[in-house]
Design a protein around this ligand. Sequence first.
Ligand code: ADE
Ligand code: ZN
Length: 338
Amino acid sequence: MALDPTLDRLIRDIPKVELHLHIEGTLEPEMVFELAARHGVALPHSSVGALRAAYEFGDLQSFLDLYYAGCDVLRDESDFHAMALAYFERAHRDGVIHAELFFDPQTHTGRGVPMEVVIGGLRRAMDDARSRYGITSELILCFLRHLPEEDAFATLDQALPFLDQLVGVGLDSGERGNPPSKFERVFAAARSHGLRPVAHAGEEGPASYVREALDLLGAERIDHGVRCVEDDGLVERLVRDQVALTACPLSNIKLRVFPEMEQHNLVALLRRGLRVTVNSDDPAYFGGYIAANFRAVARALPIGAADVLRLCENAARAAFVPDAARADLLARIRGAVH
Ligand code: ADE
Ligand code: ZN
């Protein structure tokens, strides 16, 4: 479906808040090759084109295999800085004014890259993003759910010296067979340190994982969460408590959570009163950054300017920022609509 030019302009211009973005998922093939050359890392793909052509996924796991392999080129502080700064540059072009970045420290510490190198490079890019583009940002440390609980505890320990540089903890990686209950204790420990809990749930996993994320992890936002529709009582609760769902439309199509964008339930969930937001997940792998996600939704689903505004306001309402900053985000978003 062609995109109405007025809606297209609004999507381009409206200030955006991004709440579901894996910084390692912004590593574009060009940068994979650049960093591989710098560090003398041999790659299984012969060219940038060949790597990009491999981005055809049957499910979440087939994507994760490539995503973790790509991370191998991230070796020093300047690599993390370069990756994150490239994201902020693109985000700025897309009108992002605030971003909360997930990172997967175990993917790096497991290869011998220290926590301080990872956080140091990311934080330096976040400082640059603020001074160059006026983008504010926060960091959310994600535990890899396919690994044991004790590894998550060790990761939390390694992160304690950097507590003031983190806003929250998350849970990602292969969902099926790795329920939130596996991480109940480590999330309790993280919360006791003042970290705000979020979790991927209801992407490939069942609605019961969304309930567990709320009940056992204390999750304040649910990442993806689209399978909540399988449980009417859960939907009512999410509406009542206005728990944000950080939906990632292009990701869901690429990973076959929905066969086509026309079947995505994001607009239906919005109409039911859920606090839905639009985000880009792993944009280097899924074919577009946040504005492309909005455009893909607007082309396939019945949304108008008021819905785009609502989706952007929802993200500002769910951001982990102080009240004054939230009021400022909301005012800037509303200022784009006349
Ligand atoms: N890690 C990076 N992207 C992810 C996703 N969409 N789901 C689970 N883990 C992830
Ligand atoms: Zn994700």
